[in-house]
Design a protein around this ligand. Structure first.
Ligand code: MTE
Ligand code: MO
Length: 323
């Protein structure tokens, strides 16, 4: 669990100050349903552990460098969230036949920096397919405390398995819609180039791909020749479960299985560790980790350029010095 004060923060607009006593959530489906915080709390609540990763996490590793927040490895965190499932409020509002997506809107608004810019200020909005509503929790608490303003007080979405742009903060309105939502943060921003029968097409980013990171040691750290260093990290995915993690101390020539420390849980990172027998020869060494999932897929070795400034899940070496 990441302590709330260490949990990364990413907001496109200034965080709105919301008066919880006057705040309402509107849900539009077959009918319009409205909820205050107390009414939501009277529904059956759940606590879920969920890892959130910003789709731009690790961007500093891209070369040549790209626009956007220059994240190192820290735009990924895990917390315990308490709230009600999105499906519970959808049951109250009713889902019309033929609906495809559930769109969630925040209270924050502004004019995005990247072009093409919409003609007026917009609210932050994102969505999930109707069939994935069960993966979304509408949370009022994080690690057992009410949400802080920066993390979405009084209510935010937390979507398991998705990149975190789906986890809309400062929720005000939820709408069930009958065509795919083409909002700014699903088209102009947070989109990638896919291939459709030889044609390049843009699609919204969605689930987190298979990924692992080395948390310790950090790049540039010094290790003593001939010593043993505990290499620790985490691996996560929005797809098939993480099965194992392999680590290399020699820039990818040889790989060794790491010890996985956490059980598999949907949408939650699994921490791992590996003992590095530091060579006796001084110099620079590249530590690498790669995750393998239950379907036998391996975290990619190379950057996939179709993802532009997002989706950085290829193996990124951590170069340390041996003295
Ligand atoms: N309303 C609203 N929700 C939002 C955002 C935002 O700007 N406004 N940013 C999204 C992005 S890009 C990320 S990575 C996560 C970050 O959540 P956190 O700040 O709690 O870590 O919130 C998502 N939800
Ligand atoms: Mo993000």
């Amino acid at each position: 669990m990441t302590p709330s004060e260490l949990f990364y923060v990413r907001s496109h607009f200034p965080a709105p100050a919301i008066d919880a006593s006057r705040w309402r959530l509107t849900v539009r489906g077959l009918r319009e349903a409205e909820f205050g915080l107390d009414e939501l709390r009277r529904l059956t609540s759940e606590t879920r552990t969920v890892t959130l990763e910003c789709a731009g996490n690790g961007r500093i590793a891209l070369s040549p460098s790209v626009e956007g927040v220059q994240w190192h490895l820290g735009a990924v965190s895990t917390a315990e969230w308490t709230g009600v499932p999105l499906t519970a409020v959808l049951e109250r509002a009713g889902v019309p036949p033929g609906s495809v997506e559930v769109v969630m809107e925040g209270a924050d608004r502004g004019t995005p920096r990247a072009t093409p810019r919409p003609p007026q200020p917009i609210v932050y909005a994102h969505g999930v397919p109707v069939g994935h509503a069960h993966e979304v929790l509408l949370a009022w608490a994080m690690n057992g405390e009410p949400l802080t303003r920066e993390h979405g007080f009084p209510l935010r979405a937390v979507a398991s398995g998705y990149y975190a742009m789906v986890s809309v903060k400062w929720l005000t309105r939820i709408q069930v819609v009958r065509e795919p939502f083409q909002g700014y943060y699903k088209t102009t921003d947070y989109a990638y180039w896919d291939d459709m029968d030889g044609l390049p097409v843009q699609r919204p980013l969605g689930r987190m791909p298979l990924k692992s990171q080395i948390a310790r040691p950090v790049a540039g750290e010094v290790a003593r020749a001939g010593s043993e260093v505990n290499v620790v990290g985490a691996a996560w995915t929005g797809g098939a479960p993480v099965e194992c993690v392999e680590v290399s101390g020699d820039g990818g020539r040889t790989w060794d299985a790491a010890e996985i420390l956490d059980p598999h849980e949907h949408g939650v990172w699994r921490r791992w560790q590996w003992t590095w027998h530091v060579p006796t020869e001084p110099g620079k060494y590249a530590l690498m980790s790669r995750a393998v999932d239950r379907e036998g897929q391996t975290q990619p070795a190379e950057r996939d350029p179709r993802y532009g400034t997002y989706g950085i899940n290829h193996v990124v070496p951590v170069v340390v010095r041996v003295r």
